[in-house]
Structure formats: C-alpha cells, structure tokens
Design a protein around this ligand. Structure first.
Ligand code: ZN
Length: 92
C-alpha cells in the first residue's frame, strides 16, 4: 500500500488533457485515458461502475464530474452565488 493519500481529481466536462502541474508549475497536458483496471482502493473511493481516467504521463487519477454530460459546445455553467457573492459549489 502506498503511504500517500489517494488523490483523485475531478475531470471537467470534455476534458481530455491532464491539468496537473509539476513542481515548476508546468501543466502536464498528458492524455487522459480510460483506466479499466482501477485498484480496490480507487473503486472504494469513486464507487463501483464509475469510469476512472488516468493521465498517461503522470498517472494522476480523474473521476468524472458529477454533472459531466460531455455536451461539447455548451460551455456555460449555472452557478449559485451566496450572500457574500462567492460561488457555491453544489454537492454531487
Ligand atoms: Zn498528467
């Protein structure tokens, strides 16, 4: 078992390239590939039957965004704003 905490990023709708930055702040842009054999630990984290993606360069894991409908072209997002004007991120 890895001593590192399991870290899974959320893949944005339509995202195909890794946006993980390295120590120098350079974006990885590795290709995100479907990861067909997630480890037990990952399955426990994201749930069964959830398609996990993995960067082929840095191996960062991604799970689909909860509202990822992959509708290319529809770029706007509705966001709720609270009293302070901060963006409220809805719970999945
Ligand atoms: Zn990467």
């Amino acid at each position: 078992m890895s001593p590192e905490a399991l870290r899974i990023k959320v893949k944005k709708a339509g995202q195909r390239a890794c946006d993980e930055k390295d120590a120098k702040g350079k974006v990885c842009v590795g290709h995100l590939k479907r990861w067909d054999r997630p480890t037990e630990e990952v399955v426990r984290e994201v749930g069964k039957d959830v398609q996990v993606y993995r960067c082929e360069r840095c191996h960062t894991l991604y799970r689909p965004a909860p509202d990822d409908r992959s509708s290319a072209g529809l770029k706007y997002e509705k966001r709720k704003v609270n009293i302070l004007g901060d963006t409220v991120v809805p719970d999945p």
